[in-house]
Design a protein around this ligand. Structure first.
Ligand code: NAP
Length: 242
């Protein structure tokens, strides 16, 4: 089977993807749809079904209700909306830290919480959160982002424990450096950053959004039915090098 080739394995499933207007979320929405899922796509902007700010009070319950109303249920949840920027610790303002936590953590918590009743009604509920290599390691200038991604991984593990009895799996995918609009400014401004990640990856290249989306589609499928509570790198082997 060619990379990215559709399976039809998600036929009849309903998915909700945030951050679906760009990068990894957009590739995920395309991939899930190619595998047969009906996807409700949410983002601040871009070609999606609903423009919404996932940090707005009450919005996550609304989004779940809309996805359920449109597609008759909810089987797959992918809270992918996220933000990141380099901010040195000295002079790091409270507002940016709070914003990162609001988008990357609180909104993910609210979306999962508000989706629980619908996911419990599904015979194959799946939650795939998006961590980062920064959910297991750290880096200069990424204090807020690193804190948020550690939180997402920790949250996912506890969600897996709590929802496992209902047949719902929860896993946290940890991408390495992926070429998306989020990382484009850093790769453009700091060519050495690109070279560093290309060399660090055992596969010798940066990741593409489809490299992540294909794994998310696997996690959403029945093939991954006994896989839960995991955080794992999808990074071309970058984290295996010292
Ligand atoms: P991206 O291309 O910037 O996509 C993220 C999307 O989320 C953007 O469309 C963004 O809109 C949207 N978004 C941000 N804040 C939002 C809000 N409050 N409400 C609704 N939507 C919002 O970035 P990406 O690289 O695909 O990142 C997707 C996820 O993967 C993120 O959680 C990120 O942390 C994670 N990740 C990325 C990498 C990487 O190397 N790219 C590595 C590890 C993990 P705006 O563009 O308008 O802000």
């Amino acid at each position: 089977m060619a990379p990215g080739e559709a399976h039809g394995r998600l036929e009849g499933r309903s998915a909700l993807v945030t951050g679906a207007g760009s990068g990894i979320g957009a590739a995920t929405a395309r991939r899930l749809a190619a595998d047969g899922a009906r996807v409700y796509r949410v983002d601040l902007q871009g070609e999606v079904d609903r423009h919404a700010d996932v940090t707005a009070p009450g919005i996550n319950a609304e989004l779940v209700a809309e996805a359920v109303a449109r597609h008759g249920g909810l089987d797959i949840l992918v809270p992918c909306a996220g933000i990141s920027a380099f901010h040195p610790l000295e002079g790091h303002d409270d507002a940016y830290f709070d914003q990162v936590m609001a988008v990357n953590v609180t909104a993910v918590f609210r979306l999962i919480r508000d989706a629980v009743p619908a996911l419990k009604r599904s015979p194959h509920g799946r939650i795939v959160t998006i961590g980062s290599t920064m959910a297991s390691f750290g880096d200069a200038g990424l204090v807020a982002y690193g804190a948020s991604k550690h939180a997402v991984l920790g949250m996912t593990r506890s969600v897996a424990c709590e929802l496992g009895p209902f047949g719902i799996t929860a896993n946290c995918l940890q991408p390495g450096a992926i070429e998306t609009p989020m990382t484009a400014p850093a790769f453009a401004d700091m060519p050495e950053f690109r070279v560093y990640w290309e060399k660090k990856a055992a596969l010798g290249r940066l990741g593409q959004p489809e490299d992540i989306a294909d794994v998310i589609a696997f996690l959403a499928s029945d093939d991954a039915r006994f896989f839960s509570g995991q955080g794992f790198f999808v990074d071309g082997g970058a984290m295996q090098r010292q």
